[in-house]
Ligand binder design. Structure first.
Ligand SMILES: Cc1cc2nc3c(=O)[nH]c(=O)nc-3n(C[C@H](O)[C@H](O)[C@H](O)COP(=O)(O)O)c2cc1C
Length: 341
């Protein structure tokens, strides 16, 4: 299914640009476009250069939550809003009131429109994260000619995903940078990506893509030995020339002042792995499980921090292998992996 054992992972929020995907593809990786947060029109524009390049590629979408926020989560959101006011004021931002209906396009992440786009003008591969696409959607995409992948973080999720009829699984270890793909309570701690791949391999016959914390070719080889057909890298590409990540983010990943990553809901309400900065230290404990509301709550604060060049209030997404992330052309990173895998 994949033309390469190395996959350039989708990184929504600006990091995956068409240029990054094309550079990774040109150097021999299988590239994913990042559909999350985009409207259908923005997604169409993002993937147009990949369509034009004529090689196989994938498109990743966020699966929206099924239920509105519970009353307890809404109350937690109000408390969190008050907690953030002082931080926001530092750079002259305000924390907005965020009340989103379940059918708000931002809660749905423009799901229906983006599926329509991918059904009308199919792409070779579609992957999902944050939950499972319904079996009927998986079947529709397959009838349209796409291979469909679900992202999972444990064995129970893998079994649930396989039951929806997908063609393959992205098996994401907790060492991954950015948001976790998890959608069920964790069903086991897996020390390493190869441990997780092997555990899923034992229960599911679908092809597996390993992801999470892979910092170099040796880690990639171990995931392949454990039973993955390919390995996806995200963090290793964030600092590259073609990545759309902020310069502040790229530089922070290379700054020895940062010594640790942590999973935090502080920025978006969904657990995500980031470098530990003041914002993570100060707000992880109180941040409510309210995604995407918290994302919109913190957005003005993050924008103001970015303008003020204050990386201590930014979401510096990073996987556990962040220290190996290199600057320079993405092609060099991809070639470095492929030569030794
Ligand atoms: C900045 C950033 C953004 C990400 N955005 C997405 C996304 O939009 N969709 C997705 O499925 N995974 C996303 N991920 C997770 C990656 O697809 C991949 O699983 C992860 O980067 C692999 O771990 P690594 O970062 O340690 O290489 C993101 C990761 C990062 C670092």
């Amino acid at each position: 299914m994949f033309t390469s054992p190395l996959i350039a992972a989708p990184m929504a929020g600006g990091t995956t640009t068409a240029e990054l995907a094309l550079a990774a593809q040109g150097a021999g990786a299988f590239a994913f476009a990042a559909g999350g947060y985009k409207t259908a029109g923005q997604l169409a524009a993002h993937i147009a250069p990949l369509r034009a390049a004529g090689k196989d590629f994938g498109v990743n979408l966020f699966v929206p939550r099924k239920e509105p926020l519970a009353p307890g989560q809404a109350a937690g959101l109000a408390r969190y809003r008050a907690e953030l006011a002082a931080d926001a004021a530092v750079h002259g931002a305000a924390v907005p009131e965020v009340e989103l209906e379940q059918d708000d396009p931002r809660v749905q992440d423009y799901w229906a429109e983006k599926l329509d786009l991918l059904l009308e003008d199919p792409v070779p591969v579609v992957s999902f994260t944050f939950g499972l696409a319904p079996a009927a959607v998986v079947a529709q995409l397959q009838r349209a000619g796409s291979r469909v992948l679900a992202s999972v973080t444990g064995v129970a999720e893998a079994l649930a995903a396989a039951a929806t009829g997908v063609d393959a699984l992205v098996v994401q270890h907790a060492g991954a940078g950015g948001h976790t793909a998890a959608f069920l309570p964790a069903d086991g701690g897996f020390a390493t990506l190869p441990d997780l791949v092997a555990a899923v391999r034992a229960e599911v016959t679908l092809p597996l893509v390993g992801a999470g914390g892979v910092s170099g070719p040796a880690g990639a080889r171990e995931a392949l030995s454990a039973g993955a057909v390919a390995v996806a890298i995200g963090t290793a590409l964030i600092r590259t020339d073609e990545s759309g990540a902020r310069a502040l983010h790229k530089d922070a990943l290379g700054d020895p002042a940062y010594t640790e990553t942590a999973m935090t809901r502080a920025f978006t309400g969904k657990p995500a792995r980031a470098l530990i900065n003041s914002f993570v230290r100060n707000h992880t404990a109180a941040a409510p499980a309210a995604y995407p509301e918290v994302h919109f709550l913190t957005a003005p604060l993050r924008a103001a921090a970015s303008t003020a060049q204050d990386r201590e209030m930014l979401n510096l997404w990073a996987g556990t292998g962040w220290r190996s992330a290199r600057t320079g052309p993405a092609a060099s990173v991809v070639e470095g992996f492929l030569q030794e895998m």
